[in-house]
Design a protein around this ligand. Structure first.
Ligand SMILES: [Zn+2]
Length: 151
């Protein structure tokens, strides 16, 4: 089951938590192919993420605008992408994006590895009556899902 929105307060891009066990007990453990590697001291899991430098890639601009259009709040976008809500607000202004005022979708998030993602997509019921956005996060994937709420 996907976690309901709001339960997921993890900012993976800023790496406060281990993507496997969600422990905060992580340490930097070298650079691998231009990516910072971390070690979780709790479960001994190694993971890497793309370094988010001063220059923010267009990838994140588009991702942030997508999330905004899908009805996520600035704070949620900040949490997911690790980009300050002020920056996201500026992008929205700059690109003249206007989200519909009534949005019946509610997002939920889940982090999966590639195998889990493939298994998830194999099941047709996971793809019906729902919108989905898959974003690469380090060596894992984040699946954001929107289900239409019945009134
Ligand atoms: Zn861990």
């Amino acid at each position: 089951m996907l976690k309901p929105a709001g339960c997921f307060t993890i900012n993976f891009m800023q790496l406060n938590l281990c993507p496997k066990c969600e422990s905060e007990n992580i340490v930097k453990s070298g650079i691998v192919k231009d990516r910072q590697r971390y070690l979780c001291k709790n479960c001994k899991y190694f993971f890497t993420v793309n370094k988010l430098g001063k220059h923010i890639d267009t990838y994140y601009v588009i991702k942030a605008l997508q999330l905004y259009l899908e009805g996520l709040s600035y704070r949620e976008i900040e949490r997911i992408l690790g980009i300050s809500h002020v920056t996201v607000m500026n992008w929205v202004k700059q690109h003249k994006i206007k989200a519909p005022s009534t949005n019946e979708y509610r997002p939920s998030y889940k982090i999966m590895n590639h195998t889990e993602l493939v298994e998830h997509l194999k099941k047709k019921e996971n793809l019906t009556r729902t919108g989905m956005l898959i974003t690469e996060l380090g060596d894992k994937f984040m699946v954001i899902r929107w289900e239409r709420f019945k009134k």
